[in-house]
Design a protein around this ligand. Structure first.
Ligand code: A4P
Ligand code: MG
Length: 200
């Protein structure tokens, strides 16, 4: 029995919140990052640092940052968007909870305005090739295929032949999507670049 299984069993026995499910194994997840309040570039960089510290997870790549026009209500500032990949042993719902904790640390207010302004939004774009359609979590993210501000950063860091479950190849989705309203700033960061980005 490996250490993860022992930890899992101990947490179960103690009735503690189970973070790692050894049955899950390592999963490649992709997270979309968005911000348009309180210095968005800084919000995104701090988010990277926090994502790099998620338990049972390893951040593997970060896209370039993109300045993007808001989709939804137009009376709000432009966004900064990015995407990261991470390998994780957190179950999907635990990963979602961890992302929401990071949003809360960034002072995220949920005032009910759909697609309104936000200090930080972390969306689970993909969780391996798993499809989940529950009230609290839907993956692949339901808007992914329609949004250039998600597809372009994702294409920076995903394998060329990445297939979005139920939607097709990422490259085809990106080609079909208008690139209007998004501007790339800088270049993607691999593992080495991430360390300095997350510390800067
Ligand atoms: N939820 C379900 N599936 C997911 C998922 N895959 N990832 C649930 C994250 N959360 C998911 O989310 C509302 C609920 O969705 C959560 O409680 C969670 O259980 P939220 O973050 O509180 O609210 P939201 O983000 O306002 O809602 P929504 O519908 O997720 O909005 P989106 O899709 O995130 O869109 N324009 C530009 N240019 N750039 C942007 O980043 N973002 C949005 C928000 C709109 N326009 C934008 C941008
Ligand atoms: Mg969201």
């Amino acid at each position: 029995m490996g250490p993860a299984t022992l930890l899992f069993r101990r947490h179960q026995r103690q009735g503690r919140r189970v973070l790692t499910d050894p049955a899950v194994g390592w999963v490649a997840a992709y997270i979309g990052i968005g911000s348009n309040l309180s210095n968005p570039v800084v919000q995104v960089k701090y988010a990277l640092r926090e994502l790099a510290r998620l338990p049972e997870s390893c951040l593997t790549a970060c896209s370039a940052l993109y300045r993007t026009l808001p989709v939804g209500p137009q009376d709000q500032p432009d966004f900064v968007n990015a995407a990261v990949s991470l390998n994780t042993r957190l179950g999907a719902l635990d990963l979602l909870a961890a992302l929401q904790d990071v949003e809360d640390v960034h002072g995220r207010l949920r005032n009910g305005t759909r697609w309104g302004p936000r200090t930080l939004d972390l969306d689970m774009l993909l969780y391996g090739d798993v499809v989940i359609d529950s009230p609290e979590l839907r993956v692949p993210h339901p808007e992914l295929a329609r949004r250039a501000f998600v597809l372009a950063p994702l294409a920076d860091i995903a394998p060329f032949d990445l297939c979005i479950p139920g939607q097709g190849l990422l490259t085809d989705l990106l080609a079909a999507c208008s690139g209007d309203g998004i501007w790339r700033q800088g270049s993607p960061a691999g593992c080495e670049g991430l360390a300095s980005l997350a510390e800067s």
